[in-house]
Design a protein around this ligand. Structure first.
Ligand SMILES: [Mg+2]
Length: 113
């Protein structure tokens, strides 16, 4: 792959994850099954937790966070939704929310109570 890539571009990231799915035929081999993908994402979240709670180097945290991001992008491919659009819609929503301190930590939520 010698083509110049814009590393800041979401569409390039999406295309790369799509190429990974195509290379291994995820669609035809269960790799895009949503229940399986939830299990894979949970596994990566566990690795992220381990990196933090076991005091591992930040490079481990970065790698497992990237694993999760790749899975998230792949889940958008699998379920056929526009993750970039969902991201910006959700950011707009949460930017308008209020925050509260709960048990010494900030929480930004709808606070329906
Ligand atoms: Mg990992």
């Amino acid at each position: 792959m010698s083509k110049e890539r814009d590393l800041d571009s979401y569409s390039e990231m999406l295309a790369e994850v799509q190429a990974f799915h195509t290379k291994h035929d995820f669609k035809g081999t269960g790799g895009e099954d949503l229940t399986y993908r939830v299990a894979l994402m949970t596994e990566e979240l566990g690795e992220i937790a381990e990196a933090v709670t076991k005091g591992k180097p930040v490079s481990d945290l970065a790698e497992d966070t990237a694993d999760l991001l790749i899975l998230l992008i792949g889940t958008a491919i699998s379920a056929e939704f526009d993750l970039k659009k969902a991201f910006w819609e959700k950011m707009e929503k949460i930017q308008g929310r209020k925050s509260k301190m709960i048990n010494g930590r900030i929480r930004v939520s709808e606070f329906k109570d």
